[in-house]
Ligand binder design. Structure first.
Ligand code: V07
Length: 250
């Protein structure tokens, strides 16, 4: 919590990232290491979402996007999937009042039609109750897949073209941005993956083109606010070039 203002004032130091995206991996391995059932890892992972969310809100991050459930996760055992589908309700049951108090806005990205009714109900209540909040945007990727997001967007664009509402020649990167779940959101400056895997796994494919990537061996349930702060400091020291020249080279 300390030091952000001071850092921002120094000329070489970049601002705080606006948007951090996290692949919260290693929940199952965390549980296995402790001879506990996999679902305990998911439970502990959910508890850590609260700690990291509180911290992101406290330091002034504007968007925190968390990969909660991918389009590939349906292939897990039925009992595990049904446990996972209870987590949004458990999380919000315990944490929604604090989110409201902290001015956090809850958003989801992904195909929520395929989620169980009770999950949709819990999540849409939180989205509705926080829709006018102006602090941290807490974005849950639920039944999200980057390729699916692109397919869905392209279908919508094709539909507009066939109705004569959009000219093929007018399709630009900006058009595609506007047809993704993340329309209107800034791109993530930082993408973090926990638990020692070095892949994007279909998360925010289009949006992460220029993200700084951060990896740690820490399992998600054990990923701390201190480790997040270290990554943010590292980000602030790295230079971002966007394929061109940065200030030092001009
Ligand atoms: C899930 C806990 C975090 C580690 C990764 C897998 C398990 C929080 C949510 C959630 C989702 C929507 C919402 C509020 C909370 C969640 C799933 C899994 C499916 F509005 N954690 N968490 N959802 N895990």
């Amino acid at each position: 919590m300390f030091g952000w203002k001071k850092q921002k004032q120094s000329a070489e130091m970049k601002a705080l990232p606006e948007h951090i995206a996290i692949i919260m991996d290693g929940n199952g391995r965390y549980a296995k290491q402790r001879n506990r059932p996999r679902v305990n890892g998911h439970y502990e992972g959910m508890q850590n979402v609260k700690r990291i969310t509180r911290h992101a809100s406290d330091v002034g991050i504007k968007y925190l996007t968390l990969y909660a459930f991918s389009t590939e996760n349906w292939s897990r055992p039925k009992s595990e999937v049904s446990y996972l589908m209870k987590l949004p309700g458990d999380f919000l049951g315990a944490f929604l009042p604090e989110l409201i108090e902290k001015n956090v806005r809850v958003i989801t990205i992904g195909d929520d039609d395929a989620l169980p009714e009770h999950t949709i109900k819990a999540v849409s209540e939180a989205v509705e109750k926080t829709k006018n909040n102006t602090g941290l945007n807490l974005v849950f990727a639920l039944n999200y897949g980057g390729r699916n997001e692109l397919v869905r967007g392209i279908k919508k664009i094709a539909g507009e073209v066939s109705k004569g509402k959009l000219d093929v020649e007018d399709i630009s990167q900006g058009t595609i941005d506007r047809y993704l779940y993340t329309a209107g959101m800034p791109e993530p400056e930082m993408m973090i993956r926990t638990s020692g895997e070095y892949r994007l796994s279909n998360f925010l494919l289009w949006q992460s083109s220029y993200s700084e990537l951060f990896f740690t061996d820490t399992f998600w349930p054990e990923f701390t606010t201190d480790e997040l702060d270290q990554m943010i400091s590292q980000y602030q020291k790295r230079s971002r070039r966007f394929g061109g020249l940065d200030e030092e080279e001009v």
